[in-house]
Design a protein around this ligand. Structure first.
Ligand SMILES: [Zn+2]
Length: 234
């Protein structure tokens, strides 16, 4: 079965009807998972490019599931931004086709982030996740500069997520957010910051409820030690 199909959706912000490409999740097989939870698929196209829906008329954008389900009746701030874009004719006219370029996927993600930042209060974890997606998209493209640029944004928003303490996803808990902050720091070669976050996470009173996270922290910390040793030998 072809992995991409065109879904007819209605924009909750401007009521326009349009077609948007979606992935059939049944066609995806996870091949491996990176240390920052990026899933790698056995798939000729990159599913990451298809995770956000953008209205081509008002550019209201959200993660697919939320685009389909999230009602905007109580969010005048979202409607206001969408109408402003539409009225000023500043909208990016995304093609209603199955193909999507990296550039378009990047634009859709940036638009979604802009809209998610409008919510009061914004879900910082969602914003972090979208920046993380962008970093992953460019990891797949082997564009290290762009990957790092977006990892830095991800880091900034995960730190805010941790500090604000709401919107912590249950599946990974606070220790998981701390691990991610440490792990992104490691990928950005900020080793001392990474180690600080790892050690803080290992002392967290909920760490024993997340054995998988504990394991990943020890793994990642070990990688830093190995890297440091290698540099000493040189
Ligand atoms: Zn719209």
């Amino acid at each position: 079965m072809e992995p991409v199909w065109l879904k007819k959706v209605i924009c909750k912000a401007c009521s326009a009807e349009f077609l948007t490409p979606r992935i059939r999740s049944s066609t995806l097989k996870v091949k491996s998972i990176d240390s920052d939870f990026k899933k790698n698929y056995d798939c000729p196209i990159n599913p990451l490019l298809y995770t956000v829906t953008s209205c081509p008329f008002c550019n209201y954008s959200a993660r697919n599931e939320e685009f389909d389900k999230q009602e905007l009746d109580y969010h005048p701030e979202i409607i206001k931004l969408a109408s402003a874009i539409k009225e000023a004719k500043k909208n990016i006219v995304f093609p209603q086709e199955k193909e999507i370029t990296t550039k378009q996927a990047e634009q859709k993600h940036i638009l979604a982030i802009t809209f998610y930042k409008q919510y009061k209060p914004p879900n910082l974890n969602t914003i972090s996740g979208l920046y993380m997606h962008l970093a992953w998209i460019f990891r797949d493209e082997k564009n290290i500069e762009k990957e790092q640029e977006y990892l830095e944004k991800t880091l900034e928003y995960y730190i805010q997520t941790y500090e604000k303490g709401n919107f912590i996803p249950e599946s990974i808990g606070e220790p998981g957010i701390m691990y991610l902050i440490g792990e992104i720091n490691r990928r950005l070669v900020n080793y001392s910051d990474a180690v600080q976050w790892f050690s803080k996470a290992l002392k967290h009173n909920e760490i024993k409820s997340y054995p998988n996270i504990e394991h990943m922290i020890r793994d990642s910390w070990e990688k830093i030690n190995e890297e440091k040793k290698k540099n000493e030998i040189k």
